[in-house]
Design a protein around this ligand. Structure first.
Ligand SMILES: Cc1ncc(COP(=O)(O)O)c(C=O)c1O
Length: 362
């Protein structure tokens, strides 16, 4: 029994073209043949659940999402398994976060079972688009929801569209990353939308990302909005610190940080790598001092797209317009970061035992 009524595309991508795309996927460049859709309206709830040929949306230019930014999204991956099957990684976590994002943006939450059904049924149908594990390839699944009511006037919309699309991908950050501690921008403030995965958070981060690039860094390390002192996360990843005392330290979830699925997974795996997981506040000066003194031995950032990305350095504003620069360890990826990264990938690709029941076969 499927939840989403299926109408197959009548113009599928040819097997040759698909094979060429899947053999060497470029992150987010190509999409599978189908998409899942559902609509919500006041008085009707969610209805018209269907999987159809992927096609452009037709929306009135007055649709609320264009004007007031009611938009949320998720990102999760499907992995090719050793027996040729396909598995999703912890889709229930994304379903729960999607509902929580919806509530923060005053949108209609998608029932968590419907979210998982939409993702599973789409990936099942388009399973030939799931690449082989070589080169850390996978199928990235992008569920999202928009306010589709035509509405000029600020209030919560009375009509929403839920959609799931999927794109075969390779690595997001092929190389280790250096982070810029921007003095000019904050990502989130208490009471804001930092814990929600909404498009507006990302739009607001782009100027800071440009600033990071101007300072020779690949990403921003976000500090809290009130004191500009406490470490929060990175552009599209949570951040973690391996200490000489054998801890895996990550900023506690205070409502301004995204509750990452990868973050939770690494905290769970930490003891298997001899690390004690610690969630607490950590000041940026403690980070800079710690990488200098060796109290912090490794820094890593983690997220679905980026997996585990070694952070090899930081830059921050210094005196007279020059930057202060900090190198983590010897400036190359640390051994624990690499081991925990390999462990996570081994679970995701079905090469290591899934002791925590994280994989969901499609
Ligand atoms: C701002 C931000 N923080 C953290 C993460 C990591 O979350 P997850 O591990 O669920 O992908 C992401 C990616 O989704 C993100 O965009």
């Amino acid at each position: 029994m499927t939840t989403f009524a299926l109408t197959r595309t009548d113009h599928p991508t040819s097997a040759d073209e698909r094979a060429a795309i899947v053999a060497k996927p470029v992150f987010g460049a190509n999409f599978t043949d189908h998409m899942a859709l559902a609509t919500w309206a006041v008085g009707q709830g969610w209805h018209s659940r269907e999987i159809v040929a992927r096609r452009p949306f037709e929306l009135h230019p007055g649709a609320a999402t264009f004007h007031y930014g009611q938009e949320i999204f998720e990102g999760l991956k499907a992995f090719r398994q050793p027996d040729g099957g396909v598995a999703l990684f912890r889709p229930d976590k994304n379903a729960a976060r999607f509902a929580s994002s919806a509530r923060r943006l005053a949108m209609a939450p998608v029932d968590e079972a419907d979210f998982v059904a939409a993702v599973t049924e789409l990936v099942d149908l388009d399973r030939d688009w799931v690449p082989s594990p070589e080169g850390e390839q996978s199928l990235y699944v992008r569920p999202f929801e928009i306010a589709s009511e035509t509405l000029i006037g600020v209030r919560a919309a009375k009509e929403y569209t839920f959609c799931v699309i999927a794109t075969p991908v390779g690595p997001y950050y092929p190389d280790p990353v250096t982070l810029w501690a921007t003095p000019n921008y904050t990502r989130a403030a208490e009471g804001g939308t930092g814990a929600a995965k909404c498009g507006g958070n990302y739009a607001a981060s782009l100027a800071a990302a440009d600033e990071a690039a101007e300072h020779g860094c690949g990403q921003v390390i976000w500090l809290d909005g009130a004191e500009h002192r406490w470490v929060e996360e990175c552009g599209t990843m949570n951040i973690m610190f391996v200490t000489a005392a054998g801890e895996l330290v990550t900023p506690a979830l205070t409502g301004t940080i995204l509750d990452g699925v990868t973050r939770d997974s690494l905290l769970t795996l930490a003891p298997e790598h001899g690390l004690r997981p610690v969630e607490r506040r950590i000041a940026i000066d403690e980070v800079f001092d710690g990488v200098g003194s060796g109290a912090i031995t490794e820094v890593l950032a983690c997220g679905t797209a980026a997996v585990v990305t070694p952070i090899v350095g930081f830059a921050a504003p210094g005196v007279n317009g020059s930057d202060r620069r900090f190198t983590v360890g010897d400036g190359t990826p640390g051994t624990i970061s690499q081991a925990i990264r390999a462990h996570l990938l081994d679970i995701q690709y079905g090469r290591a035992e899934d002791r925590h029941g994280w994989l969901r076969r499609v």
